[in-house]
Design a protein around this ligand. Structure first.
Ligand SMILES: [Zn+2]
Length: 454
């Protein structure tokens, strides 16, 4: 069974063929958060999507080198750090920690490398030096360095924009930077220090200043994944200018194709509108948790839509996902656990087929619900099948068994083990009876006692 993805670069669904000639190793980059605030649920749709890409690759037998950056210096951070009374490091570390905690709650697997921009300034400077040497970049009067989009005939390949049509699209970000530039489309690679930057600057061969946002991802992705790598993921809002600029900088510097497959998830709307603080429809994961929702109900809700469709988030929809998740967990908890049980081959195939078809998680979930309802499967097979699905879906099923055994039962099992070691079989039997009165049974195996719900 071959994987296929919709590639935003070619605008078609393509079979996935990794650059690794042996076909087993995959390089994956996900644009991480800008750590100046809590990530919102729209951001987390993108990170759950990146996680599904990765878990699907693992499910199909690939090894994945996954890099996610933490943007810990950019315009927004500099704006907010000044009023925070904290150092850049303290300020960004707080939100980086909050982000990692939220990812944990959402069962998003940690990347192989979390890369912080401030720890890679030298890599960014050397990439900018290369672009200056090759004539793709120029220094402006104030010492900032800009990428000259007119020198790159491929510019616009991802977002399918014509240079002349870009003015209005690009103008927002570039004018917000308030730096001198020859063309409105040219974007900053290096920003010379000015007083608004306060004590946030680096003294480098390019002068005193800081990197632009786009160059951060080019430098860090190529450092850990090579000049060409397989997959880059992100939200559709990053296509222009961020990803377009990443491609331009990287390909002009190396002369090689940067990324083979670009995968973008669509927008998350809230109550039919774009989420914003001013519209009063802004949610962070924490605000949902405080309102009593399970983080994994949000994950299940995200997976119920295809990543290339816009989704409309409502609290009613989240409530329904929470109910479905509870039903799944309760069903799973009641299934017998038998060592060595294997997933049902037919259902596992159906599930893998859905994922192979451009990551169709709604269809994969439909297979999951079908397995749950199928009474012809024996409990152990059903449990093994659901567990195999969960290695991709990440709904936390594998942790349920351990969680569901009450302390009282665990302590009786420990006492029974002690009794058995001392060959006090009368006490051991009494304890077993007490355990069974609580609804559990103990099986002695070569690897110690196993506890099952009766
Ligand atoms: Zn990025």
């Amino acid at each position: 069974m071959a994987l296929s993805f919709y590639n935003s670069l070619t605008k078609t669904v393509e079979p996935f063929v990794p650059l690794d000639t042996a076909g087993k190793h995959v390089g994956l980059y996900t644009c991480g958060p800008t750590v100046y605030n809590y990530a919102h649920i729209g951001n987390f749709r993108a990170y759950i999507f990146g996680d599904i890409v990765k878990r699907t690759l693992l499910h199909f037998g690939y090894s994945v080198n996954h890099v996610m950056n933490l943007t810990d210096v950019d315009d927004k951070i500099i704006r907010d750090v000044q009023t925070s009374g904290k150092s850049l490091e303290e300020f960004t570390q707080f939100y980086a920690n909050a982000f990692k905690k939220d990812c944990g709650l959402l069962q998003i697997l940690p990347p192989t490398h979390y890369t912080r921009a401030v720890e890679h300034i030298d890599d960014m400077v050397s990439l900018i030096e290369t672009l200056l040497e090759k004539g793709f970049a120029y220094k402006s009067d104030d010492g900032s360095v800009y990428f000259d989009v007119r020198k790159d005939p491929q510019y616009g390949q991802l977002s399918a924009l014509q240079i002349s049509a870009q003015k209005t699209n690009a103008a927002g970000r570039i004018s917000a930077d308030e730096y001198e530039k020859d063309n409105v489309e040219d974007f900053a690679l290096w920003k010379a220090w000015d007083e608004k930057d306060g004590d946030v600057f680096w003294n480098t061969s390019l002068g005193k200043g800081r990197p632009g946002w786009h160059i951060e991802c080019s430098a860090m992705s190529m450092k850990y994944l090579g000049e060409s790598f397989d997959i880059h993921t992100g939200g559709i809002d990053l296509v222009f200018p961020h990803h377009e600029n990443e491609i331009a900088q990287s390909e002009c510097a190396t002369g090689k194709p940067f990324v083979k497959y670009w995968l973008h998830n669509e927008w998350l709307m809230v109550d039919g509108k774009k989420m914003s603080k001013s519209a009063g429809n802004f949610h962070t994961l924490n605000s949902l948790v405080e309102a009593g929702f399970d983080p994994l109900a949000f994950r299940l809700w995200v997976l119920s839509g295809h990543y290339r469709t816009q989704m409309n988030f409502t609290l009613e929809a989240l409530t329904a996902s929470g109910i479905a998740l509870t039903r799944l967990r309760n069903h799973y908890r009641e299934l017998a656990d038998v060592d060595g049980a294997l997933p049902d081959a037919k259902y596992l195939d159906m599930f893998s087929l859905c994922l192979s078809d451009d990551l169709n998680t709604p269809k994969a979930l439909a297979v999951l619900w079908e397995v749950m309802k199928d009474d012809s499967l024996d409990g152990a097979t059903k449990k093994a099948t659901l567990r195999a699905f969960d290695s991709v879906l990440g709904l936390g099923l594998s942790t349920i068994h351990a969680e569901s055994i009450p302390e009282e039962v665990l302590s009786l099992v420990t006492r029974r083990e002690e009794a058995r070691t001392q060959r006090d079989f009368a006490l051991s039997d009494t304890l077993r009876t007490q355990i069974s009165k609580l609804g559990y049974t103990v099986k002695d195996t070569d690897n110690g006692p196993k506890i099952f719900k009766m």
